[in-house]
Design a protein around this ligand. Structure first.
Ligand code: DX5
Ligand code: ZN
Length: 217
């Protein structure tokens, strides 16, 4: 299991001490949410913040771009130090466009993920699963931290676990939105590999809460 604290819920007046606490915990990734105010009704971080956090943390930088233009923003965040760029299937007009963004990210030597929102059919990911490193199942409508988990994520995760194992693929399954100790147990039992958690971690003691999630595995 991999735990990826979502920096969206961080206390930004305490950035360095919180990065240190994460470093001392079982979390090995940082989840960095990029919102463009167009694909989702909110704005979050630009590339300079990503580059600065990169300088102060050697954890794996998991960048989730909730943007209408994944071509442009994948480049921008690769330059800012992303280890993985996850973009949204719904942001692309065609299968060809999805494949071209995947290839563009791969060509830069960066890992690539594809995400779907709660209302998108999980089967629409099938043409891409063998070509990507990670699938991100959104268990809230993207845009804000602190929302409640939408349970239809569980069947999607179970289907993907079955499909990935059956076809002997290595794609990771990540879940993002409304994760706490109860929902984490459900998504792990359904077959998820990577847990993103924002408000649950940052509204409590960071290290203890990450340990609680870690001990569920
Ligand atoms: C939502 C973001 C999430 C968010 C999760 O658009 O993609 O990463 O920060 O926050 P919580 O864990 O509070 O639901
Ligand atoms: Zn996210």
């Amino acid at each position: 299991m991999i735990i990826a604290p979502s920096l969206l819920s961080m206390d930004f007046t305490q950035t360095l001490s919180q990065l240190k606490e994460i470093k001392e915990s079982q979390a090995t990734w940082l989840h960095f949410d990029v919102m463009d105010g167009h694909f989702v009704p909110n704005l979050s971080f630009g590339p300079d913040i990503c580059a600065q956090i990169r300088k102060h943390s050697d954890l794996f930088m998991d960048v989730h771009i909730m943007v209408s233009d994944p071509h442009y923003f994948s480049d921008v965040f690769i330059r800012a130090g992303a280890d993985l760029i996850t973009f949204h299937l719904e942001a692309c007009a065609s299968e060809e466009e999805v494949l071209s963004v995947i290839q563009k990210i791969r060509d830069k030597g960066v890992k690539v993920g594809l995400s779907i929102k709660p209302d998108t059919d999980v089967k629409s990911l099938i043409p891409f699963i063998s070509k990507i490193d990670l699938i991100l199942i959104m268990s809230v409508n993207p845009g804000y931290g602190g929302q409640s988990f939408i349970p239809n994520a569980l069947d999607k995760i179970a289907f993907l676990r079955y499909y990935i194992d059956l076809n002997k693929l290595s794609c990771l399954i990540e879940v993002d939105g409304g994760i706490n100790a109860d929902t984490a147990k459900l998504v792990l039992d359904s077959g998820a590999d990577v847990l993103v958690a924002g408000s649950y971690i940052f509204k409590h003691n960071i290290k203890e809460t990450i340990n609680t999630l870690w001990n569920l595995k």
